[in-house]
Design a protein around this ligand. Sequence first.
Ligand code: GLV
Length: 317
Amino acid sequence: MTPTVLFMAAEGKPDPWRDAFLAQMPGVDFRVWNPDPEKDQTGDKSEIDYAIVWKPAAGVLASLPNLKAVFSMGAGVDHLFGDPELPKDVPLVRLVDRCLTQGMSEYVIYWVIHYHRKMGVYAKFRADNVWKRMRQADAEQRRVGILGLGELGGDAATKLVPLHYQVAGWSRSKKEIPGVESFHGEDQLIPFLNRTEILVCLLPLTPDTTGIINKDTLAALPEGAFIINCARGGHVVDDDLLAALDSGHIEGATLDVFHTEPLPADHPYWSHPKVTITPHMASLTVPNSSTEWYVKNIERMERGEAPLNTVDRGTRY
Ligand code: GLV
């Protein structure tokens, strides 16, 4: 029997996922949850085997008595914990999507090079019709630091190494990535920041990492450092970052994620000359490649094997 999959993403359009599922798992019973009972296709709740979700509505997952696994539609799983009734005995599966990983590394590399080569300054020169050159920096002297060396941070770090940057990463436990200096644990956060000129945040958002980019950690970065946040808005204390940008201690920030999204029209980031904003597009989940991951895991589970990359509910990633 082919399984029944419930797609539950209020913001996402189901059609590309349905097409991908039908192509990759012919015969799958693909149903789409909708808060409007007129449009909801859940049907008999006891028939739902797997749920593919983004920001699940409170209590819906708990109402599915035979649910075998919950698949996150994003690399981050913090959105799952927004459901106060998240079922306790059902595995939660992180998304490892080759296109999502690639897209994130592209975003990181793009902005690292942007800051390293002072492209923002050249854009300003251009706007003023100024022909001027600055001294070219040496990648071997440029210290990039990645907060979070998981699937995404690890890939970005690995790909920065052959570009000759001095790459380090900070994570909860020590990581072995060739060419990447590993800092770990609370004690090594400040030494990691002290050596980091371009800081990239790719941490999971958990109670431990909320507000990790704050006045103390910003102060630990060298004068003139840059921030690239493509994880979650909750990692940053906005007022602290704005103060560090205004004081000149932080030279620029590229922010893809915010406490409130879309970023409210009156937020000071919009008008700040040192802030670049992108609309949570650093890397998007691609229907085809993410479905490869869901199908691979569903097939494993249907064979009686455990799913890959399950979430640890203690650490919340
Ligand atoms: C997007 O924010 C994701 O978690 O993949």
